[in-house]
Design a protein around this ligand. Structure first.
Ligand SMILES: NC(=O)c1ccc[n+]([C@@H]2O[C@H](COP(=O)([O-])OP(=O)(O)OC[C@H]3O[C@@H](n4cnc5c(N)ncnc54)[C@H](O)[C@@H]3O)[C@@H](O)[C@H]2O)c1
Ligand SMILES: O=P(O)(O)OC[C@@H](O)[C@@H](O)[C@H](O)[C@H](O)CO
Length: 402
């Protein structure tokens, strides 16, 4: 009997979906069903059945054609039919942290359809930049589930957290290319919590996925190093009028601020918390800075700086390492500069930037800083952020965004 094709449903046919998760799953023998609200992208995926991923590394530009993909509109019943298909044994997401709550109801209805169809167990892995994103999704899914489905879901669905890393910037297809084509860096890392996976449905040894029993260390290393450095580069770069991350990180002042924030502040705390080897961690930081400097990525500062309120959440990339550094009695001068720059990020197209500027104007920077950062007015940390804010405000040569 011919082996049945394995299928995965992936929510979010955007940069990471098409440029990272989709290609890795296809490389492991999956047919990937993309589920997205964007009807044009879904129609195009079904018309074309393939697209190109261009690897934009400095030394080595290559391309890979991704086929064996299709799409369903995530608001249609097609997605429920996909959940009821026994060939599906994996569901992944890359829609953005704020969207997880919105897709939870669809996933809950999909799991109901799966139980009714007796289509067997599966695993769900949310691939968003946040700590414990799949646990958050699980909470939303359970809130949306019918009572009668809950015990089936507990027994049959693995919800596994992960850390996901590949820079996938906005991409302009070359002449003759398709709007589905995507440009990526060569580097990638996808690390999944081995213990949370449901073992029945699949051989989870997917090509390119690392399974670990120590996910927290990987999540914090990635979010508090790469995303922390990325955010500081974006916010300081914005204030100096740069358009892309590679331009900003080539500015000696910005590069040194980012390097020190990572090596001597947040990174020093991470090394203590997770017992990372100092040399290996130092190499990880240098590799990260080189990845930012890749001129072929042309990664837009407003993509990396997007949604500053999310990036200023207490456990996220800026305040997570700052609070951890203070727990170990380490300095935070460079992190404070990055945090202060985030408070000056003023982009009218970005709803969270508008909301943040409104809050600063209404409450005053002292109160807004204390509330958002958790560093009380009068504390040393609060003062450092305010001093940096005042200095950056004076020196800013930001470009105007309309
Ligand atoms: N781009 C990167 O470099 C990168 C790297 C690692 C992780 N991530 C994370 O991956 C996630 C996605 O980022 P991205 O850069 O691919 O964003 P993106 O905007 O390119 O893609 C998001 C996709 O989700 C779709 N979407 C939005 N609402 C939806 C809904 N309700 N149902 C179904 N689909 C919906 C959008 O139409 C879009 O196609 C984010 O959490 C991001 O932090 C991004
Ligand atoms: O996606 P965000 O908004 O959480 O963060 C912006 C970038 O830092 C991020 O997308 C990186 O490119 C990515 O995390 C690299 O793995």
């Amino acid at each position: 009997m011919p082996q049945q094709e394995r299928k995965a449903i992936h929510f979010g046919a955007g940069n990471i979906g098409r440029g990272f998760i989709g290609p890795l799953l296809v490389g492991s023998g999956y047919h990937v069903v993309f589920a997205d609200v964007n009807k044009d992208v879904i129609a195009q995926l079904n018309d074309q059945d393939s697209y190109d991923v261009l690897v934009l590394d400095e030394e080595d530009e290559q391309h890979e054609t991704i086929s064996g993909v299709s799409g369903v509109v995530s608001t249609s019943d097609d997605v429920l039919r996909a959940f009821a298909d026994p060939a599906v044994d994996l569901v992944t997401t890359a829609v953005g942290p704020a969207i997880l709550e919105k897709i939870a109801d669809t996933i809950a209805r999909g799991l109901h359809a799966r139980r009714e169809a007796d289509a067997g167990p599966l695993n769900i892995i949310a691939c968003e930049n946040m700590v414990n994103q799949t646990s958050t999704l699980r909470k939303y899914v359970f809130a949306a589930l019918e009572e009668e489905d809950k015990s089936w879901v507990k027994e049959n669905v693995g919800f596994a957290n992960c850390s996901v890393d590949r820079i996938v910037p906005p991409f302009d297809p070359k002449d003759g290319g398709s709007a589905l084509d995507v440009g990526v860096e060569g580097f990638y890392e996808w690390v999944v919590d081995e213990d949370a996976l449901h073992r029945t449905p699949l051989d989870v040894r997917l090509k390119g996925i690392r399974l670990t029993g120590d996910l927290q260390a990987y999540i914090e290393r990635k979010l508090f190093t790469l995303n922390c450095g990325h955010a500081i580069t974006a916010y300081l770069g914005f204030l100096k009028g740069y358009g892309t991350i590679d331009e900003a990180i080539r500015d000696d002042g910005i590069r040194e601020t980012v390097r020190s924030a990572l090596l001597n502040e947040g990174g020093a705390a991470l090394r203590r918390r997770h017992k990372f080897d100092e040399n290996e961690y130092g190499q990880y930081v240098e590799k990260t800075l080189d990845r930012f400097a890749n001129p072929k990525l042309k990664d837009d500062i407003v993509r990396v700086g997007r949604q500053p309120l999310r990036k200023l959440e207490k456990g996220d990339r800026l305040l997570g390492p700052a609070h951890m550094a203070r727990e170990y009695g380490l300095p935070i001068d460079n992190l404070a500069k990055g945090i202060a720059a985030a408070f000056l990020y003023d982009v009218p197209d970005d709803k969270q930037s508008v909301e943040l500027q409104k809050k600063v104007k209404q409450d005053g920077i002292e109160k807004a800083t204390a509330e958002i950062t958790g560093f009380a007015e009068g504390s040393e940390e609060h003062r450092k952020i305010l001093d940096a804010y005042a200095a950056l405000r004076v020196s800013s040569t930001r470009r105007k965004y309309s």
